[in-house]
Each structure stands twice: as structure tokens, then as C-alpha cells.
Design a protein around this ligand. Structure first.
Ligand code: FAD
Ligand code: DHB
Length: 397
């Protein structure tokens, strides 16, 4: 039998970030991850960090490479109807976002964990949670054919949408809300210079496209595609032709193409589970909620949950107070629903849902308004950089 204060299920960004923040407060954790380290570190996912997430990574002591290599973006562009409107994040909010891939965050957190003295237990199979409502939670798992057991005070369910944590909560103690979108995103990573120095989100009659990047030499591009498309149906040439067709002429003309180094299709979904707690188990990040990627909120929401839970656990162990832990779900969900709303809105405005002209006209009206009304643009910018009240609330304590 092993013993720890907080058992963390999942060694993705949520799990490792929570482990790192708690380690810096002298709180012991064991992290269980079902995959190998190589697999977890190779997954290509999010690319954009809100300023609040950047701050939190610095607090966790993993900000050095991020500060050196992250690309600070003070705005982004919206392309529609043959023109481009820039959302001036800095001018509208005083803040900027940082382009730094989730793969890099994962690597930095993995290296930091190596120095904690409690290495992540990778390839942990058949993880099972018990005693969640008894005050004496247990985690069982198998590794290398050997059955292991952990005794702990709390369990952090950081094991993503398909994980075991949420599924361990009795059905009558949790409610879920879901919306599935009728399309996916085909993403390509390529070692070519980005088409623009800022991100370009394009609304086009052929469907949505996004030009993002990982560095000055590595681009990340996406096009909306039918849900049942398979990656094999998309040759590099077909992808580049489709992307070019959805971009404004000036951008299409200067698009540099090259062989893809990764290509994948992701479905789009909104999902929220509430409450985010059952007894000693706290759900964190994708285990509790999924947003469509359009607003780049997934990873940032996960980090925001981690911050709230970490505050609660520190108060529990340091001050003997459970006030913040008891408020975890309510506090986290306030942000989750606002990010769910923004991601849904941005997805709705940018994608082609049908051939209906009325819907297309409404999208153009929404996008035009952003160029004409500072208030409308500011609301988008505030959501994009991450709503500030959460940080203000955090800082005032
Ligand atoms: P995860 O990253 O899912 O980590 C959960 C971890 O738990 C995984 O390592 C998993 O292997 C492990 N695990 C699962 N089950 C178990 C178990 N039973 N026992 C032990 N371990 C377990 N967000 C954006 O903002 N922009 C994007 O472009 C973007 N693209 C994405 C593309 C894809 C294909 C996916 C799946 C997500 C994408 N996201 C994107 C969302 C973003 O990556 C997530 O919000 C973020 O990874 C959440 O981190 P997490 O640690 O909560 O969950
Ligand atoms: C990326 C993904 C997003 O969903 C987004 O809104 C911005 C950037 C990316 O992968 O780079």
C-alpha cells in the first residue's frame, strides 16, 4: 500500500501542472498515467496560452523556456467576405496571448516532475477509484502485471474526457450537458513559415479555416471538414488547395506549403459535467468539460481549474480550512460556462453549418459589427485573452 496526500489521475497538462504547484507548497502527490511518457509528450493539441495560464506556469516554476520561446501575440485576424478585420487584443484589453504548443508545456512539466522525487507512474492500467464518499478514498491500478493500491486524502480526476474519474461518480450525483457539432477540424503541422505573423480565423463559403503556428518556421493549419472524413482521404496537396481556397487572396498568394509532419481530424463538442466534485474526488480540465477548439480555451480552462483546486488544497493543508475546497465546483463552473458560451459563439459565427443563406448573412453581420463597434470587439477580446474577474478574485485573496 502506498500513501500520498493527493492522488492525481492523468499525467496530461492538468495533472502535471497540479502536481507541480502542490509540490511547491510541500504537498505530496502521486500521478498515475495510463499511457507511456513518449505517447503523452508527442500528442499535438492546443497552441495558445492566455496570460493567466502563462502566469500560472511561471508560478509552477516552468516558465523559463516559455518566456524565451513563446510568441507573444497582441492581436488576431478575422477573414470574411473577402476582407480582414484585426482584433487588437492589446489595445482592447491591455493583454496579449502567447503561442506555445501544448507539447512544449507537457515537456516542461514532465521535466519539472523529474526533479520532484515522485516520478509519474506511466502505463498504469485498470485504474479504479473507491471510497469516494467515505472520507477514505483509495486508488487501485495494475502495473507490469502487479496490483497496486494507494491510500490518499483526495483524488484529482485529471484524466480527460474518456477517463475513469468522471465515470466513477454515481449517475444520480452528476449531470452532463452536451452539444455535438456536425463537422470536424482537419489539422496539419508543417515546417513552413506561417502565412501571417498573427493568427487568421477565416469564415468562408467552403467552410472555416485557421492559420496558426508553433514558431517562425512551423505552421499549424486547420480546415473544417465533414465528420466522417478520414485522414487518408486528405493528401497534403488536397489540404493545401482547400486551405488556399478559403483564405483571402493576399494570404492565399503568399501561403508556403510543404510536407505535413502531422495530420489529424478532431470532432467538435461542447460538454459540461456538474458538479465537478463528488466526495473526495475533484474533476479537473477535460475530465469535466470539453469546448470546441475555435476559441483556444480547452487547455486554458484546464489550467484555470487547476488554479482553483490548488488554492483549495493549500488552504486545507495550511490553514485547516475547507471553505475554498467546498467552493471548488461553483467557482470553476462560473468560468467554464462563460468559456463554453464563448467557444460556442465563435464556432457558430465562423463555421459553415448548412447552405442556408440567412445563417450566412447573420454570420457576416456579427463579424462586420466587430469592425464597427468597439464594444463588440472588446467583448470578444476580453473572452479571447481570458476573463479577468477570475484572476482579480484570485489576486485579491
Ligand atoms: P488530457 O490532455 O486529455 O489529459 C488526460 C490524461 O489522462 C491523458 O494523458 C490520458 O492518457 C490520461 N488518462 C486517461 N484515462 C486514464 C486512466 N483511466 N488512468 C490514468 N490516466 C488516464 N485545445 C485547444 O485549446 N486548442 C486546440 O487546438 C486543441 N486541440 C485538441 C485536439 C485534440 C485531438 C484533443 C483531444 C484536444 C484538443 N484541445 C485543444 C483540448 C486540449 O488539448 C485539452 O483541453 C487539454 O489537453 C486538457 O488537458 P487535461 O490534462 O485536462 O486532459
Ligand atoms: C490553435 C488552435 C486553436 O483552436 C486556436 O483557436 C488557436 C490556435 C493551435 O493549435 O495553434
Amino acid at each position: 500500500m502506498q500513501r500520498t496526500q493527493v492522488a492525481i489521475i492523468g499525467g496530461g497538462p492538468s495533472g502535471l501542472l497540479l502536481g507541480q504547484l502542490l509540490a511547491r507548497q510541500g504537498i505530496d502527490t502521486i500521478v498515475l498515467e495510463q499511457r507511456s511518457r513518449a505517447y503523452v509528450e508527442a500528442r499535438i493539441r492546443a497552441g495558445l496560452l492566455e496570460p493567466g495560464t502563462v502566469e500560472l506556469l511561471h508560478t509552477a516554476g516552468v516558465g523559463a523556456r516559455l518566456a524565451r520561446e513563446g510568441l507573444v501575440h497582441e492581436g488576431f485576424e478575422l477573414a470574411f467576405d473577402g476582407r480582414v478585420e484585426r482584433i487588437d487584443l492589446k489595445g482592447l484589453t491591455g493583454e496579449a496571448v502567447t503561442v506555445y504548443g501544448q507539447t512544449e508545456v507537457q515537456r516542461d512539466l514532465g521535466e519539472a516532475r523529474d526533479t520532484v522525487g515522485r516520478p509519474v507512474i506511466y502505463e498504469a492500467e485498470e485504474v479504479r477509484l473507491s471510497g469516494l464518499d467515505t472520507g477514505h478514498p483509495r486508488v487501485r491500478y495494475r502495473r507490469g502485471g502487479v496490483e497496486e493500491e494507494i491510500e490518499c486524502d483526495f483524488i484529482a480526476g485529471c484524466d480527460g474526457y474518456h477517463g475513469v474519474s468522471r465515470q466513477s461518480i454515481p449517475a444520480d450525483r452528476i449531470r452532463t450537458y452536451e452539444r455535438i457539432y456536425p463537422f470536424g477540424w482537419l489539422g496539419v503541422l508543417a515546417d513552413v513559415p506561417p502565412v501571417s505573423h498573427e493568427l487568421v480565423y477565416a469564415n468562408h463559403a467552403r467552410g472555416f479555416a485557421l492559420c496558426s503556428m508553433r514558431s517562425a518556421h512551423r505552421s499549424r493549419y486547420y480546415v473544417q471538414c465533414p465528420l466522417d472524413d478520414r485522414v487518408e482521404e486528405w493528401s497534403d496537396a488536397r489540404f493545401w488547395d482547400e486551405l488556399r481556397a478559403r483564405l483571402p487572396e493576399a494570404y492565399a498568394a503568399r501561403l508556403v506549403t510543404g510536407p505535413s509532419i502531422e495530420k489529424s481530424i478532431a470532432p467538435l463538442r461542447s460538454f459540461v459535467a456538474e458538479p465537478m466534485r463528488f466526495g473526495s474526488l475533484f474533476l479537473v480540465g477535460d475530465a469535466a468539460h470539453i469546448v470546441p477548439p475555435t476559441g483556444a480555451k480547452g487547455l486554458n480552462l484546464a489550467a484555470a481549474d487547476v488554479r482553483v483546486l490548488c488554492d483549495g488544497l493549500v488552504d486545507h493543508y495550511r490553514a485547516g480550512s475547507d471553505l475554498l475546497l467546498d467552493e471548488y465546483s461553483t467557482r470553476a463552473l462560473r468560468r467554464v460556462w462563460k468559456a463554453t458560451r464563448f467557444s460556442w459563439w465563435f464556432t457558430t459565427v465562423m463555421h459553415k453549418f448548412s447552405d442556408e443563406i440567412f445563417a450566412a448573412r447573420l454570420q457576416l453581420a456579427e463579424l462586420e459589427l466587430l469592425g464597427e463597434s468597439r464594444a463588440a470587439a472588446q467583448a470578444v477580446a476580453e473572452n479571447y485573452v481570458g476573463l479577468r474577474f477570475r484572476r482579480a478574485e484570485h489576486e485579491s485573496r
